[in-house]
Ligand binder design. Structure first.
Ligand SMILES: NC(=O)C1=CN([C@@H]2O[C@H](COP(=O)(O)OP(=O)(O)OC[C@H]3O[C@@H](n4cnc5c(N)ncnc54)[C@H](OP(=O)(O)O)[C@@H]3O)[C@@H](O)[C@H]2O)C=CC1
Ligand SMILES: O=C(O)CCC(=O)C(=O)O
Length: 446
């Protein structure tokens, strides 16, 4: 711990970084910590793990503080000739273990505080999964459903033009998140390459025919299933095959997780999206449901299930509840209604500290986000490696490596949890904090 005394030098450098690259200044009100904000919730969980580690205050601050925050305004001309502006963010939390890495969220409610929280989660996730990346996240305050494809493309290209000097294949590598997808990543790659030459490694989650990786689209859902399998095994609960699952969110992560749970013999008895929910006590036919949605039909109109109020999804009796949509859904009001033995956090930040406390008191085991959904960034890492090598792996190879990564990370978290008698979330943060701290100490601060 001797080297930690030098952390004030690094803090100085970080403070400089925070101020220097902002393309417009961040409103002071935005920078103030909000009670119960997403970043306050994330920091609460980190601090809980820091109590186990007893690191000096300056080091704690270094681990909690993002290294750089970029806020830009994007202006596009819409198809009808009107001009519209959007706020966009990229927060780079920590790069001690490798280039910054994390998705781009296109959502009307996204703000700097959300992105700050999500960037921090990426730092701990890459460390938990032991892949050589740091943590970052980006977002645009936009409802992508209200833009035409052409407008969305323009907006993405404007984002690249605005942040191109702070990203790059060895610097910061974005990826899909809520509201963005492989097409967005293709535009991103194309626009960046205009400035820097052919650079497929600047972004992951690209279409498979355009330097994407087999298996990336399904990776977060598939990783969630592997994670659940390991948890059920370790806790003596048996296999996925005889379990009932309820999934909130039926986008990329939720729908792939549902399909792969079903492939493993699990019964997915209810799923929801932003507009509705559908239930079948014998298990929904997930492939048929996905086809139904791909045809443009409402999830709740699926004829092989009963439409239910989406507000009831968290309280349906099941073995495993999988929040796979948005933040903060399991909170002081809802945690008491959860009727599952396990909560598997496929979404980022679905449980607030208050919600987490209630689940713990009720003996419900929570598999934390920074591990559960780490399959996405793990296969993003595989994609990046393939891009650097100009080479392609078979899907079977990708999935096998993903399985190994999820299994090994679980074993380490489980061991810490057992040895230190900690909930899995705190154990995961302990593992991640130790790994990131070790990287900082080895690299030095001068
Ligand atoms: N994509 C990835 O690889 C990764 C994603 N994650 C996390 O997983 C979560 C989901 O991301 P992803 O699947 O990519 O996003 P998508 O945009 O593909 O899907 C989000 C899903 O959540 C639904 N949703 C939105 N609001 C609500 C609500 N209030 N109640 C119920 N459902 C709702 C959406 O419904 P609708 O379609 O009707 O809008 C949609 O089905 C996020 O927390 C994300 O950060 C984590 C790691 C990697
Ligand atoms: O694939 C990636 O690089 C990051 C995905 C992401 O944003 C996440 O894990 O939350």
């Amino acid at each position: 711990m001797h080297a930690l005394r030098r952390s004030s030098g690094l803090l100085g450098r970080l403070q400089h970084c925070v101020a220097a690259p902002c393309l417009t200044s961040v409103p002071h009100s935005e920078l103030q910590k909000r009670e119960n904000s997403a970043s306050a919730n994330t920091n609460y969980f980190i601090k809980e793990a820091l109590k186990e580690l007893e690191y000096p205050q300056k080091l704690q601050r270094l681990l909690l503080t993002p290294q750089r925050e970029v806020l830009v305004e994007l202006v596009i001309t819409k198809d009808n000739g009107e001009i519209e502006t959007f706020n966009a963010y990229r927060v780079q939390h920590d790069d001690s273990r490798g280039p910054y890495k994390g998705g781009l969220r296109y959502h009307p409610k996204v703000d700097l505080d959300d992105v700050r929280s999500l960037a921090s989660l990426m730092t701990w996730k890459t460390a938990v999964m032991d892949i050589p990346f740091g943590g970052a996240k980006g977002g645009i305050s936009v409802d992508p459903k209200l833009l035409s494809e052409r407008e969305l493309e323009k907006l993405t290209r404007k984002l690249v033009q605005a942040i191109k000097d702070t990203i790059g294949p060895q610097v910061d590598i974005p990826a899909p998140d809520v509201g963005s997808n492989a097409s967005v990543m293709a535009w991103f790659f194309d626009e960046y390459s205009k400035f820097s030459g052919f650079s497929p490694g600047v972004v992951t989650g690209k279409p498979v025919h355009l330097h994407g990786s087999y298996g990336r689209e399904a990776a977060t859902g598939r990783g969630t299933v592997f994670a659940t399998r390991e948890m059920l095994k370790a806790t003596g609960a048996g296999h996925i095959a005889d379990k009932k699952f309820v999934i909130q969110g039926f986008g990329n992560v939720g729908s792939w997780a549902a399909e792969i749970f079903e492939e493993h013999g699990g019964k997915v008895i209810a799923v929801s999206d932003a507009f509705g929910a559908v239930y079948n006590e014998n298990g929904l036919d997930i492939k048929a449901l996905r086809r139904h949605i791909a045809d443009g039909d409402l999830l709740s109109a699926f004829s092989e299930g009963e439409a239910i109020d989406k507000g009831t999804i968290l309280s349906i009796t099941c073995d495993v509840l999988v929040p796979a949509a948005i933040e903060g859904v399991i909170n002081a009001e809802t945690a008491g209604q959860v009727e599952a033995k396990y909560v598997v956090e496929a979404a980022n930040g679905p449980t607030t500290p208050e919600g987490d406390k209630i689940l713990r008191e009720r003996g419900i085991i929570v598999l934390p986000d920074i591990y559960t959904n780490g399959g996405g960034v793990t296969v993003s890492f595989f994609e990046w490696v393939q891009n650097l090598q100009n080479f392609r792996w078979e899907e079977e190879e990708v999935n096998k490596r993903l399985d190994r990564a999820m299994t090994e990370a679980f074993a380490q978290i489980w061991e810490i949890s057992r040895q230190k008698k900690l909930p899995l979330r705190t154990a995961a943060f302990v593992k991640a904090l130790q790994s990131v701290t070790r990287a900082h100490l080895h690299r030095g601060f001068d």
